[in-house]
Design a protein around this ligand. Structure first.
Ligand SMILES: [Zn+2]
Length: 181
């Protein structure tokens, strides 16, 4: 598995491609336009300005739009919604071979969701600075993750060992019929 997070505006593809047409980048641009369209439409529908599309072999598998305020779900980001819908549509919990296109750089939650989903590629258009301008915490959270947790002042993360802490893993490893993921 290789995750490539590459804004389509980046020059890597162009630099590595012969002059003229870069078929994959053209497809990337079209799918990104779809994600941006979903994001913009979502605003007038009462959601946040984010949209995403999961694509396999050039075919749309599922879309997602931000539903945080509508669904009272702080995890209902567009990418998460698209991943959930794609897994339902394909009857699997791993999206190997698929690409997620998103209107904006994934926040840490969504980027981790993309890793858990085993997506091949994640391609975004606007970035965390654009999101910050819109009043969203994507960039702030990335900066927070880079800091010592002891300095976090909003949500405190506390580690404390109690008896039986590792029992769930022992149970997991002893369960021979487990479904690994
Ligand atoms: Zn997110």
């Amino acid at each position: 598995m290789s995750i490539v997070v590459d804004p389509v505006a980046g020059t890597a593809h162009h630099a590595a491609s012969p002059p003229g047409v870069d078929a994959r980048t053209d497809a990337d641009a079209r799918w990104l336009a779809r994600a941006v369209e979903l994001a913009t439409a979502n605003v007038s529908e009462g959601g946040g300005p984010f949209g995403a599309v999961v694509v396999a072999d050039g075919v749309e598998v599922a879309v997602g739009q931000n539903r945080v305020t509508r669904d009272l779900d702080p995890t209902a980001h567009a990418e998460v919604q698209a991943i959930r819908a794609a897994c339902r549509a394909t009857g699997t919990f791993a999206l190997d071979g698929m690409t997620l296109y998103t209107s904006c750089e994934p926040c840490p939650l969504c980027l981790a969701a993309c890793l858990w989903a085993r997506l091949d590629r994640v391609v975004f258009s606007a970035d965390r600075q654009d999101a910050a301008r819109g009043g969203f915490d994507d960039s702030a959270f990335y900066e927070l993750f880079a800091r010592d947790r002891a300095t976090w002042d909003r949500t405190r993360v506390v580690a404390r060992r109690v008896p039986g802490s590792t029992d769930p893993f022992d149970a997991w490893l002893a369960h021979t019929a487990r479904t690994a993921y």
